[in-house]
Design a protein around this ligand. Structure first.
Ligand code: ATP
Ligand code: MG
Length: 279
C-alpha cells in the first residue's frame, strides 16, 4: 500500500490483498493501524498493525534493527509515524508528545533510558510528576515513596539520595521501571526491561510483571530478546521482521523452538540472497 493512500478500514484486506496479522478485539486499549516509519533511506516500519487488549501482556520480539524500539517510541508519543493511525482506549489520537501520551495513561521505559544522571534516585522516580508542597517540592514525601516502591519491588539501591550517575546499569533500569510501574499509567511499554539486569534483578522484574498481570490493572507491551522469558510472562507474542509483523500468536500456541526456527530461516534466506547477489 502506498503511504500516500488513505488506510483502509481496520481488519480488512488492503488493496494488495494481504491479510493483517493482527485481529482487532473489542477490548483493545491500544491499537496501531497501518503504521509506517522511515528514517531517510532506512525503512523502520512497514504497514504495522498491532493491538493490545485490556489486561494483556504482549511480547514484541525480533532481531536487532527490526523496528521494535521505533514502534514503541511511536506508541508513547516520542516519535511520529509517517503514516497510519493510533487508537488509545477506542479513540483515535495524534500523539503530540510523551507528556500527551502520559496524560492518556500510556507510559514507556525506553531502551536508551530517560534518566537524568545528575539528579538523585528519588528525583528521577518523580521526574515530570514531582510532588509539590506549594511552593516547594515535597522532597520528604518523594524520598519516602521512592524508598517504599524500591523496597516493595525488592530492588537493591543503597540510597535514594544517590545520584543516578553513580549507579550500575541494572540499578538504573530498575529505577526507570519502578517509575513507570508506580505511575498512574494503565498502558505500560517496556523496551528491553531485562537487558541490563542480573539474574536476581531480572527475576524481580519478571515477578513484578506477573503480579501486575494477576491484578489485571494494566496492559503491557514488553520488548525482549529472550524468547523463554517472553513466553513465560506474556499472553501473546508478535514478531517483527524488517519492520513488518510476521507472527501474531498466543504464547500457549507457540514455542521457543518455533520462534527460533523462524528467525534462523530469515538468516538463511538473507545469506542465500547475498550469495546470489555476489555470484
Ligand atoms: N532516530 C533514528 N535515525 C535514523 N535511523 C533510525 C533511528 N531510529 C532507528 N533507526 C533505524 O531504524 C531501524 C529500526 O531501529 P529500532 O531501534 O527500532 O530497532 P530495534 O528492533 O529496536 O533493534 P534492537 O533490538 O537492536 O534494539 C534500524 O535500522 C535503525 O538503524
Ligand atoms: Mg531496540
Amino acid at each position: 500500500m502506498s503511504l500516500d493512500q488513505p488506510a483502509p478500514p481496520a481488519g480488512q484486506d488492503d488493496s494488495t490483498g494481504r491479510e493483517f496479522t493482527s485481529a482487532l478485539e473489542d477490548d483493545d486499549v491500544l491499537r496501531a493501524e497501518h503504521v509506517s516509519k522511515r528514517f531517510g533511506a532506512v525503512t523502520a516500519l512497514v504497514d504495522v498493525n498491532l493491538h493490545l487488549r485490556k489486561g494483556e501482556i504482549l511480547g514484541l520480539i525480533g532481531d536487532n534493527g527490526a523496528g521494535k524500539s521505533t514502534l514503541l517510541k511511536i506508541l508513547c508519543g516520542f516519535q511520529r509515524p509517517d503514516a497510519g493511525r493510533l487508537i488509545v482506549n477506542g479513540e483515535e489520537v495524534q500523539l503530540r508528545s510523551v507528556d500527551h501520551a502520559r496524560a492518556l495513561g500510556v507510559d514507556a521505559v525506553y531502551q536508551d533510558l530517560a534518566l537524568i544522571n545528575q539528579l538523585s534516585v528519588y528525583h528521577n522516580m518523580f521526574l515530570k510528576r514531582e510532588k509539590v508542597h506549594w511552593p516547594l517540592l515535597a522532597n520528604r514525601g518523594m524520598r519516602r515513596a521512592a524508598r517504599n516502591y524500591l523496597d516493595e519491588m525488592g530492588v537493591n539501591i543503597p540510597s535514594v539520595d544517590a545520584q543516578v550517575a553513580s549507579l550500575s546499569g541494572g540499578q538504573r533500569q530498575a529505577i526507570a521501571i519502578a517509575r513507570t510501574v508506580y505511575s498512574e499509567a494503565k498502558i505500560l511499554l517496556l523496551d528491553e526491561p531485562l537487558a541490563a539486569m542480573g539474574v536476581k534483578e531480572a527475576a524481580i522484574i519478571m515477578e513484578l510483571v506477573r503480579d501486575l498481570k494477576r491484578r489485571r490493572e494494566v496492559s503491557m507491551i514488553i520488548i525482549a530478546h529472550n524468547y523463554g522469558q517472553v513466553l513465560e510472562v506474556c499472553d501473546r507474542v508478535n514478531l517483527l521482521q524488517h519492520g513488518e509483523i510476521t507472527l501474531d500468536k498466543q504464547s500457549k500456541d507457540t514455542s521457543v523452538q518455533e520462534l527460533n526456527d523462524i528467525v534462523v530461516e530469515e538468516y538463511r534466506r538473507a545469506l542465500e540472497q547475498r550469495q546470489r547477489a555476489a555470484s
